[in-house]
Ligand binder design. Structure first.
Ligand code: ATP
Ligand code: MG
Ligand code: MG
Length: 547
C-alpha cells in the first residue's frame, strides 16, 4: 500500500502529539437526533473516528439534543445503528442533555462574574440592537442589570415563571465586535417543550453556542471538528471556555461534503419522506446511510468514498459517479455471481438429448474461496430478448440467425430458426448446441466472441427487480430555482416483474451481495416477501449515465 499523505487535520493532530500538547486525543461525532444520517455525515464520522483510529485516543458519540422540538429517539437509534454499520465504535455514548445541570451552573458562573445578563427584549429588538456587519450594535437597559437581579431572573426562567420568548440569557461580550456572533450572543431561551430525554424537567434550553463547546470541554475533547459554517462561532467557543476556565477544547473546521444529484440536508430529506416522494428514510434512493445499506452499498465502499474525497477547506460537490465507482470496486471483489434473465425469450436446443445435466459455475472469479455451485442445463432455456437480433449489424457478437454464441458455463449454440407469433414478435429460437464445446472441457476448436447469460426454463425462480436511478435530474437541486422537489427524477425507480433467476438465489440473504452477470450489482431487499424475492440494484456494472 502506498503511503497516503496526511490531511490537514491529521497534520494538526500529529503536530499536537509530537509537541506534547496532549498525551492522547479525543474527538466526537455530535449529531443532532432530528433525522437519519446522510452521506455528508459519513464524511464527518470517517474523519472523527479515523483520527483516533490512526493516532489513538477515543471518539465519543454525543447526541446534540438541545432542541427539544425536532428530536426523537427513533433518530437516536438509527444513528447508532448506522455508525456501527459503518464499522466504528464509539468510546462513550453521551447526550448534551445530560449536561443541562452543569451548563446551568456555568451560566450562573458567568452571571456571577458579570459576563451574562437576562434580557427582556423581543427577538426583533435584539436583532435590531445588534446592528449590522458594518455598523456597531448597542446595549439596551437590561445589560446593566445587577448580578443579584440576573441570578433571580435566571432562576425564575428555569422555574417556569415566564412564557416562551419573554426573556433570554445573553453573554456580555462585545456589541461592537466585527463578528456579529460576539455581539452578546443568546445563551439560553425559554421553551416550554417536552424533551425526548429530560421530559418536562426543563423549560429553558441552551443555545448551540453555549452547549457545544461546553460539552466538548466536559468530555475533554481535544480536537472538535465541525464544518466551515462554524468558523465565526469559534470566537464565541474560545471566549466561553476561557471565561469559564474549563478544559480548553479546540475547534477546527473542514468543508462540507455534498453529493451531486441529491440533497444532503436533514430538513430536505425529511420533506422527501413526509411528502412521500420516497418510501421512508431508508428508501434505497435516499442519500442516507440507511438508504445506501438497503440499496446494497457496503460499509467498505462508503468508507473508501469518504477517504477518496478527503477533507479540505473549500466546499465541494462530489460526483455521485465516484460513490458508484467505490461501490463497484468493492462489490466486484465480494459479490457472488448469479445469472438472471430480465426479459426472457425462449431457446430450444433441438439436438440436446440428455434431458438435463449439472454444470459447474464459479461463485466469484475474484475470490476462489467462495467455491463453485451447480446449475442445471436442459434443452429449454431463456436468454435475454435483447441478446438476439434477427438482422444484426456487422460486429454483432450476440445471437442471430446462423450465428454462434457461448452460453456462460455451458455450451456454444447456434441459432437455426426464429419462431414468431402472428404479430411478428419473436417467440422462440430453435438452436443446436455443440457437444464438444462444454466450458472447461472445450475441444471444439470453435471461437466465438459473445458469451450470454441464461437460465434453465425447467429450473428457475421468478423474482422482482427494483432498478434505481438518480433521485434528482440536476446536479444541485438545492441551488435551482423554485422548490427542490420539482427536480425529482420521475424515473428514479423502475420495477421489473417476471425476471427469471437461477434457483441458487432462493437462498439469498440480505447480507449477501450479488453480481447478476452482465446486469449489475444487486442485493435482496430487506422487506422482500418470502414468496416473491425482491432485489435492489445497487449499481450498474459500468458508469452508464451521461453527465
Ligand atoms: P443537516 O444540515 O443535514 O441537518 P447538520 O450539520 O445540521 O446537517 P448534525 O446532526 O448537526 O447535522 O451533524 C453532525 C455532524 O456532521 C456535524 O459535526 C456536522 O458538521 C457534520 N456534517 C453534517 N453534514 C455534513 C456534510 N455535508 N459534510 C460533512 N460533514 C457534515
Ligand atoms: Mg448541527
Ligand atoms: Mg441541521
Amino acid at each position: 500500500e502506498e503511503e497516503k499523505s496526511l490531511n490537514f487535520l491529521e497534520e494538526i493532530v500529529e503536530n499536537d502529539l509530537s509537541a506534547g500538547k496532549y498525551q492522547s486525543i479525543m474527538t466526537r461525532f455530535p449529531p443532532e437526533p432530528n433525522g437519519y444520517l446522510h452521506i455528508g455525515h459519513a464524511s464527518s464520522i470517517c474523519l472523527n473516528f479515523g483520527l483516533t483510529q490512526k493516532f489513538g485516543g477515543g471518539t465519543n458519540l454525543r447526541f446534540d439534543d438541545t432542541n427539544p422540538v425536532t428530536e426523537d429517539t427513533e433518530y437516536v437509534e438509527s444513528i447508532k445503528e448506522d455508525i456501527k454499520w459503518l464499522g466504528f465504535e464509539w468510546k462513550h455514548e453521551l447526550y448534551a442533555s445530560d449536561y443541562f445541570e452543569t451548563l446551568y451552573e456555568y451560566a450562573i458562573k458567568l452571571i456571577n462574574n458579570g459576563l451574562a445578563y437576562v434580557d427582556d427584549s423581543t427577538s426583533e429588538e435584539i436583532a435590531q440592537q445588534k446592528g449590522t456587519p458594518t455598523q456597531p450594535g448597542h446595549r439596551n437597559q437590561y445589560a446593566g442589570r445587577p448580578v443579584e437581579e440576573n441570578l433571580q431572573l435566571f432562576a425564575d426562567m428555569r422555574a417556569g415563571k415566564y412564557k416562551d420568548g419573554e426573556k433570554v440569557l445573553r453573554a456580555k461580550i462585545d456589541m461592537e465586535s466585527p463578528n456579529m456572533l460576539m455581539r452578546d450572543p443568546i445563551l439560553y431561551r425559554i421553551k416550554h417543550a417536552h424533551h425526548h430525554r429530560t421530559g418536562d424537567a426543563w423549560c429553558i434550553y441552551p443555545m448551540y453556542d453555549f452547549a457545544h463547546g461546553q460539552s466538548d470541554s466536559i468530555e475533554h475533547i481535544t480536537h472538535s471538528i465541525c464544518t466551515m459554517e462554524f468558523v465565526p462561532h469559534r470566537e464565541v467557543y474560545d471566549w466561553l471556555i476561557e471565561k469559564l476556565a474549563i478544559f480548553p477544547s479546540k475547534q477546527y473546521e473542514f468543508a462540507r461534503r455534498n453529493l451531486s444529484h441529491t440533497v444532503t440536508s436533514k430538513r430536505k430529506l425529511l420533506q422527501l419522506v413526509n411528502e412521500k416522494y420516497v418510501s421512508g428514510w431508508d428508501d434505497p434512493r435516499m442519500p442516507t446511510i440507511a438508504g445506501y445499506r438497503r440499496r446494497g452499498y457496503t460499509p467498505e465502499s462508503i468508507r473508501d468514498f469518504c477517504d477518496r474525497i478527503g477533507v479540505g477547506k473549500r466546499d465541494n460537490m462530489v460526483d455521485l459517479g465516484l460513490l458508484e465507482f467505490c461501490a463497484r470496486e468493492h462489490l466486484n471483489k465480494i459479490a457472488l455471481r448469479r445469472m438472471v434473465v430480465f426479459d426472457p425469450v425462449k431457446v430450444v436446443i433441438t439436438n440436446y438429448e440428455k434431458g438435463s445435466e449439472l454444470l459447474v459455475a464459479e461463485n466469484n472469479p475474484e475470490d476462489t474461496s467462495t467455491g463453485n455451485r451447480e446449475i442445471s442445463f436442459s434443452n429449454e432455456l431463456y436468454i435475454e430478448r435483447e441478446d438476439f437480433m434477427e438482422n444484426p449489424p456487422k460486429k454483432y457478437f450476440r445471437l442471430a440467425p446462423g450465428q454462434k454464441v457461448r452460453l456462460k458455463h455451458a455450451y456454444i449454440i447456434q441459432c437455426d430458426e426464429v419462431v414468431k407469433d402472428e404479430a411478428g414478435a419473436v417467440m422462440q429460437l430453435n438452436c443446436t448446441y455443440i457437444p464438444e464445446s462444454k466450458s472447461g472441457a472445450d475441444t471444439s476448436g470453435i471461437h466465438v466472441k459473445g458469451t450470454l447469460h441464461w437460465v434453465n426454463a425447467k429450473d428457475h425462480i421468478a423474482i422482482r427487480i427494483n432498478e434505481y436511478d438518480r433521485l434528482f435530474t440536476v446536479e444541485n437541486p438545492a441551488n435551482e430555482e423554485g422548490e427542490f422537489q420539482s427536480y425529482i427524477n420521475a424515473n428514479s425507480l423502475t420495477v421489473l416483474n417476471g425476471a427469471l433467476a437461477e434457483p441458487a438465489l432462493k437462498e439469498a440473504l440480505v447480507s449477501d451481495r450479488f453480481q447478476f452477470l452482465r446486469k449489475g450489482y444487486f442485493v435482496l431487499d430487506k422487506e422482500s416477501p418470502k414468496d416473491l424475492l425482491v432485489f435492489n440494484r445497487t449499481v450498474t456494472l459500468k458508469d452508464s449515465w451521461a453527465k
